[in-house]
Design a protein around this ligand. Structure first.
Ligand SMILES: *Cc1c(COP(=O)(O)O)cnc(C)c1O
Length: 372
C-alpha cells in the first residue's frame, strides 16, 4: 500500500459492512409543520388519548429509582404479561419496542445470504434489521393490499429463515384470518420462523381474526409480538414483547443488551396492563371513529381501505387531487398524516384515528380538498 492510498483511506474513514449503506434511512411520521404551533399529529398511529392515568402515575413514581439499573429480566412486567395473556413467562422476550424484538430475532438467526419473506407492503422495521444482517428481503405481491398466504409461500426458498406478517397490517390496515395464519404456519418447515406482529390486535373487531398466541403455544417456530406503543399509549417509552418458543427466547437472550428496557418503561407498562378502563376507552374511540372516518372520506370520492387498526389508509387515484396535494392541504390545516411512498404507495396517505375533534378536522379538510 502506498502512502497515498493510506492517506486517502484515512480520510474516508471506516467502511460500513456490505449492504448497510443500501438501506434507505427510516423516515418516521412527521411531527411539525412550519408556522403551526400545535399541529394535530396523526402520522404515527399513536394513541389519541395519550397514556392512561395509571401508567403516568407509575412513570412519575419511577423517578425515585432512575439512578438504579433496571431489572434486566423484567421480572414484574414479565409476570404481569404472562398473567394477562395466559402465557409462560420464560417464553417472553422484552424489547425496547417490538422493533427491537424483530432486530434481536434477525440478529440471532440471519447470516449473509439468508432471506426474510414478507408482504409487498410489510412493515419496514423487519426489513431494515434483516438487511443490517446482510440478509435479503423477498416481498410477496399484495395486489389486494393484503398479505396472501400462497404468495408468501411462493417466495420461500432454502435460504429463508423468517416469514414476517403484521396482523393487522401497517400501513394498509388489512388483516389475515386465524385460518390463514394457521395455513401459513402449517405450510412452513419448522426451521423457518413465522413472526406474527400483532401490534394492533386490540383494535380488531372482525370475528375471523384470531390472536396467534394459542397457535404459538405448541409451535417450535412461531413468535407473536405485541407492543405497548398503541393501545397503551406508551410509544415514547419503547416497550414491546415477543412470545417465542423457549429455545428461541433463550437464544435471543444471549445477545439482548442486559438493560434494554428502562426503569420507567417497565413500571409504566406494568401499570398500563392493569388499566382496563384506559384500554377500553382507547379501543372504543377507534371502533367508533374508524367506520365514521371511512364512510365520510369515501363519500368525498376517495378510496379508503378497510382497516383493522387505529388508522385508515386513503388512496387518492385522481391525478389532480392526488396524495401529495392532499397531504399539503391537510398540512395547511395543521394536520399531519403519513405519506407512505416509502412503502411503494405514493398515491396513499395513512391517517391515524384521533380524538373526536381531530377526526372532524380531518373530515372537514378532506371535504374541502375534494371540492376544490
Ligand atoms: C407501531 C407498530 C409496531 C410497534 O413498534 P414498537 O417498536 O413496539 O413501538 C410494530 N409493528 C407494527 C406493524 C407497527 O405499526
Amino acid at each position: 500500500m502506498t502512502d497515498d492510498t493510506t492517506a486517502a483511506s484515512a480520510l474516508r474513514g471506516p467502511i460500513a459492512k456490505p449492504g448497510i449503506l443500501d438501506i434507505a434511512p427510516y423516515v418516521g411520521g412527521k411531527s411539525a409543520i412550519a408556522g403551526i404551533t400545535e399541529p394535530m399529529k396523526l402520522s404515527s398511529n399513536e394513541n389519541a388519548l395519550g397514556a392512561g392515568e395509571k401508567a403516568r402515575e407509575a412513570y412519575a413514581a419511577a423517578m425515585a429509582n432512575i439512578h438504579l439499573y433496571p431489572d434486566g429480566r423484567a421480572t414484574k412486567l414479565r409476570a404481569a404479561v404472562a398473567e394477562h395473556h395466559e402465557l409462560e413467562p420464560e417464553r417472553l422476550i422484552f424489547g425496547n419496542g417490538s422493533d427491537e424484538v424483530f432486530a434481536l430475532l434477525n440478529q440471532t438467526y440471519l447470516t449473509a445470504g439468508d432471506n426474510i419473506v414478507t408482504g409487498q407492503y410489510g412493515f419496514l422495521a423487519y426489513r431494515i434489521s434483516a438487511k443490517a444482517n446482510q440478509a435479503e428481503v423477498k416481498l410477496a405481491p399484495e395486489p389486494g393490499y393484503k398479505a396472501e398466504v400462497d404468495a408468501l409461500l411462493e417466495q420461500v426458498d432454502e435460504r429463508t429463515r423468517f416469514v414476517y406478517v403484521s396482523n393487522p397490517s401497517n400501513p394498509t390496515g388489512s388483516y389475515n384470518s386465524g385460518e390463514e395464519i394457521r395455513r401459513l404456519h402449517a405450510a412452513l418447515p419448522s426451521s423457518i420462523l413465522l413472526v406474527v406482529d400483532e401490534a394492533y390486535a386490540e383494535f380488531v373487531v372482525e370475528p375471523d381474526w384470531e390472536t396467534a398466541f394459542p397457535l404459538a403455544r405448541d409451535a417450535a417456530n412461531l413468535v407473536v409480538t405485541r407492543t405497548f406503543s398503541k393501545i397503551h399509549g406508551l410509544g415514547g417509552l419503547r416497550i414491546g414483547f415477543g412470545y417465542a418458543p423457549l429455545a428461541v427466547a433463550e437464544a435471543v437472550d444471549r445477545i439482548r443488551l442486559p438493560f434494554n428496557v428502562s426503569v420507567p418503561g417497565l413500571e409504566a407498562a406494568t401499570a398500563a396492563l392493569g388499566d382496563e378502563a384506559h384500554q377500553k376507552a382507547s379501543r372504543d374511540l377507534v371502533q367508533t371513529w374508524r367506520p365514521r372516518l371511512t364512510q365520510a372520506i369515501r363519500g368525498f370520492g376517495f378510496e379508503v381501505m378497510p382497516s383493522a387498526g387505529n388508522f385508515v389508509m386513503v388512496r387518492f387515484p385522481d391525478e389532480a387531487r392526488n396524495a401529495t396535494a392532499a397531504n399539503d392541504y391537510l398540512n395547511g390545516k395543521g394536520i399531519i398524516v403519513r405519506a407512505v411512498g416509502g412503502y411503494g404507495l405514493p398515491d396513499c396517505l395513512r391517517i391515524t384515528i384521533g380524538t373526536e375533534d381531530q377526526n372532524r378536522a380531518v373530515i372537514d379538510a378532506l371535504s374541502e380538498f375534494a371540492a376544490r
